[in-house]
Design a protein around this ligand. Structure first.
Ligand code: FE2
Length: 166
């Protein structure tokens, strides 16, 4: 199974291919978040998802700006993570337990994004692309911020969830 749609012979080509996957990653999140906003019950969680949707729309534009062409590569990881979040939205019946599940799903996405942007920053650095590095770092900072906010919300919401079925 080929990892990318084209053969890659240089770090520069690998970097561009990974940026194309980051574009699919961000675009997929903009499609997934509206349903998570709708399904979240806790007002602070809803607000956190709304804020991150706005940030993610900016991430799409920033990643497009780093690519010479508007072209994406499928990021298999985000599609798997989104399908797990969708399964939770179908299967979990208690609204607080669903909030707990949505926080968990969103944090798994954030951690993947942090890994992706950390990798891209390292490659941009190796390629001497300091302007790219700064943009990637600004996106990564938003992902760290979103993850920390979700941790704060989970400290409160997780303790409100029923531990066993009533
Ligand atoms: Fe993002």
């Amino acid at each position: 199974m080929k990892l990318f749609s084209a053969n890659l012979a240089s770090l520069s080509e690998l970097y561009t291919a990974e940026l194309k996957k980051a574009l699919d990653l961000e675009q997929t999140i903009t499609k997934a978040l509206p349903k998570m906003i709708e399904k979240a019950s806790d007002p602070q969680l809803k607000q956190a998802f709304e804020t991150h949707l706005q940030e993610t729309e900016i991430h799409v534009e920033k990643v497009k700006g780093l690519l010479a062409v508007d072209d994406s590569e499928t990021c298999k990881v985000i599609h798997a993570l989104v399908s797990e979040a969708e399964a939770a939205m179908t299967d979990v019946t208690d609204p607080i337990v669903l909030d707990v599940a949505l926080i968990g799903a969103a944090q798994q996405v954030e951690h993947h994004e942090i890994a992706v942007y950390g990798t891209l920053k390292a490659w941009a650095n190796l390629l001497g692309r300091s302007e790219d590095f700064a943009i990637l770092e600004s996106i990564e900072a938003d992902e760290f911020g979103a993850d920390e906010l979700l941790s704060d919300i989970s400290d409160r919401v997780n303790s409100e969830a029923p531990a066993i079925a009533a």
